[in-house]
Ligand binder design. Structure first.
Ligand code: HEM
Ligand code: MTE
Length: 467
């Protein structure tokens, strides 16, 4: 075909808005992506950050783009090439170069940002998940925080902002410890994705883990800042901002209801310890919020700022993500303002052993897994079936004693049951019942949602019996 027209970077730089059309460069090629702006899965504001300039730096931050299908989309918008004297651009520094080392056993879902879960069979080896194996869910590079100059900003009720050092947080407020399970809203998303494609990371059954968290009570710090035990009339929200920021300067943020922050038996923590160790960098060093019973997304890491407001956090993650929808809602019809932000999670359980597709011996089969429910509702019972749900056995629960309404941590469970003589295949199924007698739905399709969150149907594992 005809050679492409040649442009300078200055000419590309004149196309910075939908009105002037939106041009970007990648390598030595020029693209007019105007028509793609409103189709961008990462949102219009993000893609417009590249308008008139090079994609490399921004894509280094959002490595989701280093996939063939993304480059394929880009190629479709090619309109020209850069003149040869313009072509060399320094390769951007990797924004993830400062991320901490990680345990090699983790199953990596996305490297940059780092998202990983432990292998299922390792997950239930320990009641408290070792820090190195604890699932990790980052949206951005891990910020490097200097503990000496670190200050937690707490906006007070009358406009005064407190700045608390790590030393003050540790010495002024009594240390409180809570054993709690943290679960990502996307845990078990891969099962939903198999029913119909959803958008998000392909988590297996291990995007949850349990730790003993240690830190100051959030309510003690809020009281110190001058907030009353009871909120004012009408619900207020306690907002959190992380020190991790995207290239537009927006911090990771979330909020929880004021009543959760002040209530929950004082178990909402500003945690600086995890399983008796200093909080690891991947989990929010030096300080994170621990909201037991509430979805992972509100447990803000690398905590920089706390505020109280009549409004929920305005962050992308509170407003336009981590919400549930009807199976009938798709990306063309979704209106995020119509759904409440996920807070307490529903009852959940999954099988961690045997693995899907495993070959098991005849006679007896031992099945292991975990069960948990949000809001401090403990798990009362786990039922296990070895025949696809026709007959059920009650599993043996193993967990620490937890007070009613404060059952923040999971129960591990185990069942050894008879394999029907002559069977060549088994459908192993589990389902849990929580303290309020909430049960898990039996199939995925009726709870399917476009973002693939809240995936808590009966967990089914198919195995073959090898004589
Ligand atoms: C996601 C294309 C520019 C931020 C995506 C995805 C595609 C895409 C296809 C979905 C990937 C997947 O899930 O497999 C493009 C193209 C771009 C562009 C063709 C340029 C022409 C940008 C820029 C930014 C950005 C400049 C940030 C400054 C994001 C984010 C997501 C995303 C944050 C993840 C959304 C989510 O999963 O929630 N992009 N993108 N994109 N993009 Fe872009
Ligand atoms: N806090 C900040 N500042 N940045 C983040 O990317 N991810 C959230 C939450 N807190 C996140 C954050 C999400 S979605 C989850 S599930 C949990 O952290 C994961 O915590 P973990 O990495 O300690 O397992």
């Amino acid at each position: 075909g005809a050679p492409y027209p040649v442009f300078t970077r200055q000419e590309v730089g004149q196309h910075r808005s939908l009105a002037d059309r939106v041009w970007v460069t990648y390598g030595n090629e020029v693209f007019d992506i105007t028509d793609f702006v409103e189709l961008h899965p990462g949102g219009q504001s993000k893609i417009l950050l590249a308008a008139g300039g090079a994609l490399e730096l921004l894509w280094a931050m959002y490595a989701v783009h280093s996939q063939e299908h993304v480059l394929g989309i880009l190629r479709g918008y090619k309109v020209g090439e850069l003149s040869p004297e313009e072509q060399s651009q320094p390769t951007p520094e990797d924004p993830y170069a400062g991320d901490p080392p990680r345990h090699p056993a983790l199953k990596v879902n996305s490297l940059k940002p780092f998202n990983a879960e432990p292998p299922a069979e390792l997950l239930t080896e320990n009641y408290l998940t070792p820090n190195q194996l604890f699932f990790k869910r980052n949206h951005l590079p891990v910020p490097a925080v200097d503990p000496a100059s670190y200050r937690l900003q707490v906006e007070g009720p009358r406009g005064r902002t407190l700045a608390l050092s790590l030393h003050e947080l540790k010495s002024r407020f009594p240390k409180h410890e809570v054993t709690a399970t943290l679960q990502c809203a996307g845990n078990r998303r891969s099962e939903m994705n198999r029913v119909r494609p959803v958008k998000g990371l392909e988590w297996g059954v291990a995007a949850l883990s349990t730790a003993r968290w240690g830190g100051a009570r959030l309510r003690d710090v809020l009281a110190h800042a001058g907030y009353p035990e009871e909120g004012q009339a009408g619900e207020q929200h306690v907002g959190f901002e992380g020190l991790d920021q995207d290239l537009s300067g927006a911090a990771y943020g979330a909020s929880i209801p004021y009543s959760t922050a002040m209530g929950c038996h004082g178990d909402v923590l500003l945690a600086y310890e995890m399983n008796g160790e200093e909080l690891p960098r991947d989990h929010g060093y030096p300080l994170r919020v621990g909201v037991p019973g509430v979805v992972g997304a509100r447990n803000v890491k690398w905590l920089g700022r706390i505020s109280v407001s009549r409004e929920e956090s305005q962050s992308h993650w509170q407003q336009n993500d981590y919400k549930g929808f009807s199976p009938s809602v798709d990306w063309d019809t979704v209106d995020f303002s119509t759904a409440p932000a996920i807070q307490e999670l529903p009852v959940q359980s999954a099988i961690t052993e045997p693995a899907p597709g495993a070959a098991v011996p005849p006679g007896e089969l031992t099945v292991k897994g975990y069960a948990w429910s949000g809001g401090g509702r403990g798990v009362g019972r786990v039922d296990v079936s070895l025949d696809g749900g026709r007959t059920w056995h009650v599993a043996e629960l193993k967990g620490e004693e937890q007070a009613p309404g404060r059952a923040w941590a999971w129960q591990l469970w185990q069942l050894t049951g008879p394999v029907a003589p002559g069977s060549t295949e088994l459908d192993v199924v589990c389902k849990a019942v929580d303290a309020s007698y909430n049960v898990q739905p039996d199939t995925v399709a009726p709870i399917w949602n476009l973002r693939g969150v809240l995936s808590n149907a009966w967990h089914r594992v198919h195995v073959t019996v090898v004589q």
